[in-house]
Design a protein around this ligand. Structure first.
Ligand SMILES: Cc1ncc(COP(=O)(O)O)c(C=O)c1O
Length: 460
């Protein structure tokens, strides 16, 4: 295939796209998606639904890993984008009014005196911005992070993320980053007492670690301990932000005001990449205050017109439609009903979450792999049972979900916050069928598993 025009790209078949991606993007990823039959050709998306080229509707309960709080192609965001199409998108010699307005709105809706905003283009960049700010502010050497944490995959974010698989090939990572157990206030206090900690970074609910909710009071205690030991508290709200957990921000469940908050994903309503760090003025001013320090940390695309216009429209929509309150209500219902499913399906180990951030953890399934592979791949089966259930949900039930990155034995239920109760009921029924009446895998999931394992065996 020669040079591909935009018009040609609109007409690419699934196989052509696959072939190009195999050669020019990531062959392993193409193989992995093919094994699970995940890479369907989706040609239309609106709200909670996406449609394949044959017009079949799928419910998206992955929700862009938290980037689709307003669903696919939200009309309010599209309208805002269209309204600024003739404005300069990037023109760094001037103050962008949309960036200024969005920053003011973020200061108004985030807790306490969080006020100064730096705009970037992704979650991991927001985390990098937070880590740099904390280091420069405090001058102490240590940053504490939680086991199982996920903060992104650039070098700094990876240095404060928990999963060994993602860290190992890139070592040595940033020095001074130390892991502590998530949810353990006593361990945190003990480590803070050494007096060398610049900051503690935490997700109010750990998303990629399998939707783990900390014990009640943990975040509030962390706030007190950070005050006492003069360490900054960084809340990574990249996934928990903008209504996902039933409050606008996850740390509001414990009335906590962090010193620095990281934002991204749903901030711009999914159409344009965006990230942001918001900090207390006392912290920000010490590092970036004054003309000589004003350009210490910058980003070419950060605060561009399209991203900020989308952000203004998305935030306004989330607030006007009272999505956090609605999410709290629907989330309680969804969680309760999913827990009822667990009573009928012994394969479910635990259901947990808050708002519309729900994880289903499965029991380990060594027997399955032994049956399929003569015992060779029990470790893979342990890792990918969640993927098999997700494969069955997609291929038999037309429901999109995936496992969590740091804990593949957990599937996530993270639909757009505009989801209806009827759509939730549809997915509950689909889950019930997919898991089977006896709690064993359905025939289709076994087929998925078989093709996956035979594929893996061939390739290993
Ligand atoms: C809590 C958290 N922080 C940071 C990130 C990284 O965001 P991005 O993929 O936009 O870099 C993620 C992504 O899933 C996340 O869940």
């Amino acid at each position: 295939m020669g040079f591909i025009s935009f018009a040609d790209s609109l007409r690419l078949s699934r196989d052509e796209a696959r072939k190009l991606a195999r050669q020019y993007i990531n062959p392993g990823l193409v193989t992995m998606m093919g094994l699970l039959n995940f890479d369907k050709q989706f040609t239309k998306a609106q709200g909670v639904s996406v449609w394949d080229k044959d017009g079949r509707e799928f419910l998206d309960f992955l929700g862009g890993y938290g980037a689709l709080n307003l669903g696919h192609n939200p009309p309010e965001v599209i309208e805002a984008l269209q309204a600024v199409m003739e404005r300069p998108n990037i023109l760094q010699v001037t103050i962008n009014p949309f960036a200024a307005a969005l920053a003011a709105n973020l200061a108004a809706v985030t807790p306490g005196d969080l006020e100064r905003v730096f705009f970037c283009n992704s979650g991991t960049e927001a985390v990098e911005g937070a880590l740099k700010l904390a280091r420069a502010y405090s001058r102490k050497p240590t940053i504490l992070y939680m086991d199982g944490a996920f903060h992104g995959k650039t070098l700094g974010s990876l240095s404060v993320s928990g999963r060994e698989k993602y860290r190992k090939p890139f070592q040595p990572l940033l020095s001074g980053c130390e892991q502590i157990p998530f949810g353990d206030a006593a361990a945190l206090e003990k480590r803070l007492q050494q007096g060398d900690v610049a900051a503690v970074i935490v997700e109010p609910i750990q998303g990629e670690n399998g939707i783990k909710v900390p014990p009640d009071g943990y975040l509030a205690t962390m706030r007190e301990l950070c005050n006492k030991h003069e360490a900054l508290m960084i809340a990574d709200e990249v996934q928990t932000g903008f209504g996902r957990t039933g409050k606008l921000f996850g740390c509001e469940h414990e009335n906590v005001v962090p010193d620095i908050m990281c934002l991204a994903k749903s901030l711009s309503g999914s159409m344009v990449p965006i990230g942001a760090v918001i900090a207390r003025p006392t912290v920000w001013d010490k590092v970036y205050g004054g003309m000589e320090n004003a350009t210490l940390h910058t980003s070419t695309f950060g605060g561009n017109t399209l991203a900020c216009a989308a952000g203004l429209a998305a935030l306004e929509t989330i607030i006007n439609r009272r999505l956090p309150e609605r999410t709290a209500e629907l989330g309680n219902y969804f969680l309760e009903q999913t827990r009822k499913l667990a009573e009928r399906h012994p394969v479910i180990k635990e259901v947990r979450g808050r708002g519309l951030l729900i994880g289903i953890e499965f029991k380990e399934r060594e027997g399955l792999a032994d049956r399929l592979t003569g015992g060779k791949l029990s470790e893979l089966a342990r890792e990918y049972y969640g993927a098999m259930v997700a494969g069955s949900l997609l291929n038999d039930e037309q429901v999109i979900t995936v496992f969590t990155l740091n804990n593949p034995n957990v599937i996530r239920l993270e639909p757009p916050l505009i989801v209806t109760k009827e759509q939730i009921d549809q997915v509950l029924a689909a889950l019930d069928r997919a898991l089977g009446k006896t709690g064993s895998l359905t025939k289709a999931a076994l087929t998925t598993a078989k093709s996956m394992f035979s594929g893996l065996l061939k390739r290993n």
